[in-house]
Design a protein around this ligand. Structure first.
Ligand code: SAH
Length: 225
């Protein structure tokens, strides 16, 4: 049971998750050990649960972040270009950045400016994060993630951290061939994770994985557009 995983430090949390089978890849484990979740979660940072971060957003549970990284893993290698849509706290953006270092880059996009600012200052709490901001490994931008971020395309991998109301073609368009998109999609009252692959020959293949509960990918609240 995911909730049973907690620790008194970041390394205890990550090691307990790995022992419980919630992280199976060594690369993902190392990347999650490198990023202190306490820099991103305002409370209960070392518990495997989502936490509110303000503006109706949440930092997702660590087991969801691990699962997203593991799904995208063949496309997030040193040198890869990644887009993290709904970057919120910035936690996953830095974990992804660690996976694509050296040589890669990650753009985190959110439609609420105070969250973009928060992600920036959270990442700046560590020496490693500050360096990633300075050398352009991580860039945070404000925008409507449903349109992707064409300025940085094409991407090896796109992660969406909020539930989409539909399959947004713009995101698949901004993938490299090959490239992979990880996206929760709303279907009635249920959301499912989809992994969408753009194959070497341009064919698009969608795989439906498990049911999830994410904050919706929406219009910006008034005052934030
Ligand atoms: N990966 C983040 C998840 C944050 S919650 C984390 O773990 O911290 C989902 C985020 O999606 C929120 O920050 C919300 O502001 C953002 N979001 C919702 N709709 C969006 C849109 N249309 N464009 C960009 N960001 C959006």
């Amino acid at each position: 049971m995911a909730w049973a995983c907690s620790g008194s430090s970041n390394s205890e949390l990550i090691n307990n998750m790995a022992a419980a089978g919630l992280i199976t890849s060594d690369r993902v484990k190392r990347a999650m050990l490198e990023v202190d979740r306490a820099h991103y979660a305002p409370a209960r940072a070392y518990e495997d649960s989502p936490q509110p971060i303000g503006h109706s957003a949440t930092i997702s549970a660590p087991h969801m972040h691990a699962s997203a990284c593991e799904s995208l893993l063949p496309f997030i290698k040193p040198g890869s270009r990644v887009l993290d849509i709904g970057s919120g706290s910035g936690y996953l953006t830095q974990v992804l950045a660690s996976l694509v270092t050296p040589g890669g880059s990650v753009i985190g996009i959110d439609h609420i400016q105070p969250l973009v600012d928060m992600a920036q200052s959270n990442t700046a709490k560590s020496d490693a994060g500050r360096k990633m901001l300075q050398d352009g490994t991580i860039t945070y931008v404000k925008g409507d993630g449903r349109k992707g971020w064409p300025q940085g395309a094409p991407y090896d991998a796109i992660h969406v951290g909020a539930a989409a109301a539909e399959h947004h073609e713009a995101l698949v368009d901004q993938l490299k061939t090959p490239g992979r998109l990880f996206v929760p999609v709303e279907e009635g009252y249920v959301q499912h994770i989809y992994v969408v692959d753009k194959k070497q020959d341009g064919r698009v293949e969608r795989k439906k994985l498990y049911a999830v509960q994410y904050v919706p990918l929406t219009d910006a609240p008034s005052g934030h557009s």
